[in-house]
Design a protein around this ligand. Structure first.
Ligand code: HEC
Ligand code: HEC
Length: 264
């Protein structure tokens, strides 16, 4: 007995132990990879191999391709990247200043509007460039701005953006006594999935493409928020602003607009 080799199939004990272990392995593989997957009534496996692959965690081809839902309106085709809107050389700013002559009657000689057109002085170049592109493509609809951008080339838009971004932010023409920060601006509304406005709009942190809001006219801000909420304005990438504006109450929209308008 003692002369018998331990790890040999001739050893009865070893053969039995190995056999039982193999049996358990095969049985559990059958249960885990075949039986349990096939028990799911909704999985719709094409066959045995499909069920095994699914249980092993492999990505399965979707059996029936769902039609891709497309918006029935124009969305933005601006692709934001660090190369947009290009570098702002002195030449670019100079060209922009010349082009901006056509814009002064509404946006002001120094990019500050006395009417309710948005201020452009000190606005982020990226935001200006994106909006001009969207007016041109029809993703953002405006009877006033639409016709004014049709002749602008990409380079013109780069230059205009560079020029306006270069202008200093000055106190706006809508002086109002500074207001305390409303709750929606300061901390958003976590239960409604609304991040603080300042986390994207520049005063705390900046998300590419969001415009600087401080000092804009309250009428303009309110109009834009309501337009996002109703979907009339739909050029924001991934519905970032539409989702926020839809979750805001009319009182919050008014409070946010008045607050931003009162900021220098
Ligand atoms: C007749 C008045 C008028 C003229 C001229 C005009 N704009 Fe505008 N602009 C507006 C108004 C009004 C809006 C807001 C429109 C809206 O609600 O979408 C606007 C919006 C914009 C915006 C979007 C700003 C933002 O914060 O979203 C940009 C950028 C802009 N204009 C740039 C220009 C440039 C550049 C020119 C000159 C080539 C120009 N505009 C000429 C009236 C004008
Ligand atoms: C997740 C980031 C994010 C948050 C949070 C956010 N915004 Fe925006 N907002 C954007 C972006 C991006 C745009 C530009 C959309 C586009 O491409 O036209 C925008 C545009 C706007 C505009 C239009 C400005 C203009 O000149 O065209 C207003 C007004 C505005 N936001 C107000 C708010 C307010 C008020 C809050 C807080 C309740 C807020 N936003 C929170 C990302 C954000």
């Amino acid at each position: 007995m003692s002369s018998e080799r331990l790890f040999s199939l001739r050893n009865r004990w070893f053969a039995t132990a190995a056999g039982v272990t193999a049996l358990i392995a095969v049985a559990s593989a059958t249960v885990g990879f075949v039986w349990l997957p096939l028990l799911q009534p909704t999985a719709g496996f094409a066959g045995l191999w499909d069920a095994i692959c699914s249980a092993a965690g492999l990505v399965r081809a979707v059996p029936v391709a769902e039609p891709v839902v497309q918006a029935n309106y124009k969305t933005t085709n601006v692709n934001l990247s660090s190369k947009v809107p290009g570098n702002s050389s002195a030449i670019s700013i100079g060209r922009g200043a010349t082009l901006a002559m056509q814009c002064t009657m509404c946006h002001g000689a120094r990019g500050l509007s006395e009417a309710d057109s948005p201020n452009l002085a000190g606005q982020y170049a990226l935001a200006i460039f994106k909006q001009l592109q969207d007016y041109k493509s029809g993703a953002r609809i405006s009877a006033i701005m639409g016709p004014r951008v049709v002749t602008l080339t990409d380079q013109d838009m780069h230059d205009l953006a560079a020029y306006y971004a270069y202008l200093p932010r000055l106190p706006a023409y809508h002086p109002a006594t500074a207001r305390p920060t409303p709750r929606i601006v300061e901390s958003g509304a976590p239960m409604r999935n609304i991040a603080p406005c300042a986390s994207c709009h520049g005063s705390i942190d900046y998300k590419g493409g969001s415009p600087w809001l401080e000092g804009e006219s309250p009428v303009y801000l309110m109009t834009q928020l309501n337009a996002f909420a109703s979907g009339a304005r739909h050029n924001d990438i991934s519905q970032q602003m539409r989702n926020i504006a839809r979750g805001m109450s009319p009182a919050e929209i008014e409070a946010a607009a008045l607050y931003y308008a009162s900021q220098p």
